[in-house]
Write a protein that binds this ligand. Structure first.
Ligand code: GAF
Length: 396
């Protein structure tokens, strides 16, 4: 790939909200409320959120842009501009749709109604620049965008913390993916040039600065999403819960892997089931790795931080078994590349992106070599994004 093509794939030309504003002007009877909710990256701490562990995500420069107006009846009208697809429904007949994407919005509506928030019908349109299936949480961003918008539109006074809980519940209960809270939390709480260190047991969080003049965050997008992704996600949760159950027989106070030590795993899980042991071992190690990685960051030691990212990849691939050939290839190639401090698969797994911490002057070379090699190896064009850390959801 030539440098010009790389730049073209890295820098979109039109503002992602331009089409939305045009659509609203032409189709809505009044001026809409406009909201942006970002996608997320996660530096370290993968598959730890639903185990009451820590995560270290950040909101990014890619987001969902949504325009919304009230209706004076109970009808719902949704327009997915990038898909050129539309949905009509009602507050009184919420049900999973064949189109699937409306479920992220309906799920939020259902959660609000179940909690007694007074909303009427509404019409909204949305689009954006989060690549689909890339593991950058476009679905959480959509949930957060519509929730943030409804909160403003109907003056519901929901706190940001409760919005995170409601958006997660929408995905768990209506969409049917038993995700943790990381993605929704990052989309709502993100802060420019900061990582969010989130304790998923208590939802206490702190911001850790991530500003390095000579460093870029590069996402290499496999462009694959293997079909195992959501079924295996729920299976991993069940395997972790099984590990907890085995330990709890001896330590009744243990209610999550957060409270489990390696000694407990060795004593009570290892003899019982090797697969469950591997899953739990990865999580217990990853929770500790994140703490150590935060210490590295506070010392500005990105080299040590990067070493832990490789270790996370290894664990996700060999113990947790959520990687795939494409992700492993990208992580391996980055390991042999000058100027790459750390790289690993990111998100739920089975496709999506690797996240790479790269010295600025090594970025073009990494993208060029990865693109060429990946195409040769898998016959799939790689996409690359140089991303930045931005604020969480807000009006625009
Ligand atoms: C997905 C989920 F939605 C998150 O909650 C998290 O578990 C992640 O996979 C893995 O760390 O993005």
């Amino acid at each position: 790939m030539h440098l010009q093509e790389i730049q073209a794939s890295v820098q979109p030309s039109a503002h992602p909200a331009a089409a939305l504003q045009q659509f609203c002007k032409a189709n809505f009877s009044t001026a809409p409320l406009l909201v942006r909710a970002p996608g997320r990256i996660n530096l370290i701490g993968e598959h730890t959120d639903y185990n009451n562990g820590f995560v270290l995500p950040a909101a990014i420069d890619k987001g969902i842009y949504l325009g919304i107006i009230k209706r004076d009846d109970r009808q719902l009208r949704f327009h997915a501009l990038d898909l050129d697809d539309h949905y009509s429904g009602s507050l009184d007949t919420l049900q999973p749709s064949k189109q699937h994407w409306p479920d992220y919005l309906q799920g939020v509506v259902q959660q609000l109604m179940q909690r007694g928030y007074p909303i009427s019908g509404f019409e909204c349109a949305f689009g954006g620049n989060i690549p689909q299936g890339a593991g950058l949480s476009s679905s959480a961003a959509l949930e957060c965008a519509v929730l943030f918008a409804l909160n403003q539109l109907f003056e519901l006074n929901i706190s940001t913390m409760d919005m995170a809980r409601i958006a997660q519940a929408a995905e768990n209960n209506f969409v049917g993916v038993r995700c943790g809270i990381m993605d929704q939390f990052a989309s709502l709480f993100g802060k420019r040039q900061h990582l969010v260190k989130l304790d998923c047991a208590t939802l206490e969080h702190e911001y850790i600065p991530f500003r390095f003049d000579d460093i870029s965050l590069v996402l290499l997008d496999t462009q694959v999403k293997h079909s195992l992704a959501s079924s295996e996600y729920n299976t991993r949760r069940a395997e972790c819960e099984q590990g907890v159950m085995l330990v709890r027989q001896h330590h009744p106070e243990v209610d999550s892997l957060r409270k489990v030590s390696m000694d407990m795993l060795d004593a009570y899980v290892k003899p019982h089931n090797a697969v469950t042991y591997n899953r739990c071992r990865y999580v217990v190690e990853e929770i500790q790795r994140l703490q150590d990685a935060c210490t590295d960051l506070l010392r500005n030691d990105l080299y040590a931080f990067g070493q832990r990212m490789w270790a996370t990849h290894e664990g996700l691939s060999k113990l947790y078994d959520v990687s795939c050939a494409e992700l492993n290839w990208l992580a391996d190639m980055a390991a042999g590349q000058a100027g790459v401090l750390g790289a690993r698969m990111m998100g739920g797994g089975f496709g999506g992106c690797t996240i790479n911490i790269v010295q600025k002057d090594a970025v073009n070379d990494l993208i060029a070599k990865a693109s060429q090699g990946y195409q040769q190896q898998f016959n799939i064009p790689l996409k690359a994004y140089v991303t930045s850390i931005e604020d969480g959801a807000g009006l625009f």
